[in-house]
Design a protein around this ligand. Sequence first.
Ligand code: SAM
Length: 355
Amino acid sequence: MADLSPLIRALRLQAQACAAFGSAFSGELMDKAADDVEQGGPTLTVLAPWADQSTRAIITHAAPVRLLGAFHACALAGDAPALTAAYPAPGRPGDAQEAYAQARRLIEQRPAWFAEFMNHEPQTNEVRRSACLVGGFLTVASETGLPLRCFEVGASAGLNQLWDQFRYRLGDAGAWGEAGSPVVIETDWRGPPPPLDARVQVIERAACDRRPVDISDPAARARLRAYVWADQFDRLQRLDAAVALALAAKVNVETDDAVAWTAERAAPRAGAATVVYHSVFWQYMPQESQAALLAAINAHGAAASEFAPYAWLRMEPPPNDLANMELRLTLWPGGEERLLARVHPHGAEVKWGGG
Ligand SMILES: C[S@@+](CC[C@H](N)C(=O)[O-])C[C@H]1O[C@@H](n2cnc3c(N)ncnc32)[C@H](O)[C@@H]1O
């Protein structure tokens, strides 16, 4: 019999991560999945493709997140009413014990469906990350005094391309954005405000992803929703509002690799500040691609001028620390790198100034 301890450890780590990032219900489900594997239950059958891997590989391949997403997809679909009834709903906490009992039953009834769902790499698009990015865009607009050309790499469904059409409530720091926007983003803002009085005009926006989520496809939308943790209704509600806005605006995400696309599409141009940006994307590229993308960005930066400035804005974890995130900006000419903020991975908190 294979050593299942790396898998069990991965599920327990995922349980801790869910709880730490505000989803107690998902955390409980992950602990119950670990218990079930320990006791020889059916959960192992759907996790079998990852069962002989190291804990690190299991987490990197997001096997626990695939399982959580599969359960939530069943709960949202409505064709497993006992599972749906045990899931949290606004005003009603979930019953993780009962939910896992129901989910276990579904694993036994629908093994092929679970295998198919979990064969996909999980893909999310976190709209509240725009609350982290917005301070960077405002900084570029304020410091260059020019309209913006915005190029997003690793854009997933492309929802954060519309960052300037959302409404941001930044606590005591103030508010910014479209007053009547259907997408309202609240974040716990610490420190001084970003330059909220900057004049912002986005004159061009484009995005790429190696595997874009096609939000015009109902199945792809359902999958995107399933990866939101079940007791985080505000995230689900924001996602739905942003999807509706993006469909109406006909946002497009080009299917391309970030390196070639950035090199070809995102060069500086006179009369505007060109911004290449990304969030929670860097770690998914192999090291050679990271080096090649850095080289492409540096080459564009070297070609920048006062009339054609170039910015690289990113919300990513520091090296070897996937739990914390930073917002960094490099602005050419000059090319000085700045830490603008330390931020929560889902954008729930922004410590502006990095404090
Ligand atoms: C965790 S998601 C983040 C999506 C989005 N930026 C957000 O913050 O919600 C990472 C995205 O990067 C994309 N990706 C990974 N490597 C890529 C590459 N080399 N070129 C383009 N996209 C890539 C994935 O397909 C995925 O959509």
